[in-house]
Design a protein around this ligand. Structure first.
Ligand SMILES: [Fe+2]
Ligand SMILES: [Fe+2]
Length: 312
């Protein structure tokens, strides 16, 4: 699948209303709206983590016969996503919870600090140590980093399906854009998940190519779906924090029982089987169809609607 660098038009930020009139209800459902905003922070955090891993990939893999020129394009898409989310993320947390620069990550929010310390720091510090000892792709931590990016991308792929299936596809698009209280946030997420659709197989394939083994083994599936996965837990935490900053009441139960959570878990269990790499014919066709519809149908209508709103 060809990957593109889409530009988020300025009108999207104009209509987002990052001021005292900000309306967090980009989705008609308040719980889904808050989960979407919580996810905005989780995505940004992992995009920076992916960039750090991408730098090592460049060093350890791109100079070898295992190189894959799609990988840097994937990392660049992620870099652009983090930038695109930054204005929104800064706005919500402004004056309440500024992110800090940590040794291995440039923007860690307080409510992401646990994930940074438990997950990102050990892996990135581990790679640095292995590199100093002369190791490259044979290092245990580097392998773990590529695996972690592959897992993340697989789950984001399922989140993208959840987003499009429930908001844009199945005849819902017209209704959602009529009911959305923030077309800017809706656009930002649509743009983001479209590019996620384009690149979600790249890091999984990279893992398989480098290590000649499947990423999604039986053991990983059991570990991942046995308890609530780390990513879902982080989305719950971020959603709770963002809700509090926006002065909204929400419970953990409301989050875990939401349509978004339930749907994503259900399709993840359906599609992520042993050997999953997001290029299975059904998955590939679905990804391609969603990207095409965003570019040719949904995006132009949504942008037009945004322009109308600004003009009014
Ligand atoms: Fe992304
Ligand atoms: Fe991604």
């Amino acid at each position: 699948m060809e990957m593109k660098y889409r530009i988020v038009p300025n009108e999207v930020y104009d209509v987002m209303g990052l001021n005292e009139n900000f309306n967090y209800l980009w989705n008609p459902d308040p719980v889904s709206s808050l989960i979407g905003l919580g996810s905005s922070y989780v995505l940004e955090f992992f995009e920076f983590y992916g960039q750090a891993v991408g730098d090592y990939y460049e060093e350890f893999i791109q100079k070898t016969e295992l190189k894959d020129d799609r990988f840097p394009v994937f990392v660049t898409q992620e870099k652009r996503h983090a930038l695109a989310h930054r204005k929104l993320n800064n706005f919500i947390t402004k004056g309440i919870a500024a992110p800090t620069r940590e040794k291995y990550h440039p923007r860690v929010y307080d409510f992401m600090y646990g994930t940074y310390k438990e997950f990102a720091e050990p892996i990135l510090a581990g790679i640095a140590k292995e590199k100093a000892a002369g190791k490259g792709r044979d290092g245990m931590f580097f392998k773990e980093s590529i695996r972690s990016v592959g897992i993340f991308e697989s789950i984001v792929c399922m989140t993208g399906f959840t987003f499009f299936d429930n908001l844009f596809d199945n005849g819902r698009f017209e209704q959602i854009i009529q009911m959305s209280g923030n077309l800017g946030v809706l656009y930002l997420l649509g743009y983001h998940y479209t590019e996620e659709m384009e690149h979600c197989a790249i890091s999984i394939e990279a893992f398989e190519k480098i290590y000649q083994e499947k990423l999604w083994t039986k053991e990983l599936i059991e570990k991942h779906f046995g308890n609530m996965d780390a990513l879902s837990r982080q989305i719950i935490l971020s959603t709770l924090h963002i809700a509090r900053m926006l002065g909204q009441e929400i419970t953990v139960k409301q989050i875990t029982e939401s349509l978004v959570f339930q749907y994503r878990t259900q399709i993840a269990k359906k599609y992520i089987k042993e050997g999953f790499n997001a290029t299975e014919p059904e998955i590939l066709a679905k990804r391609e169809a969603l990207v095409n519809r965003w570019d040719n149908e949904w995006e132009p209508i949504l942008l037009n609607k945004i322009k109308e709103k600004i003009a009014a």
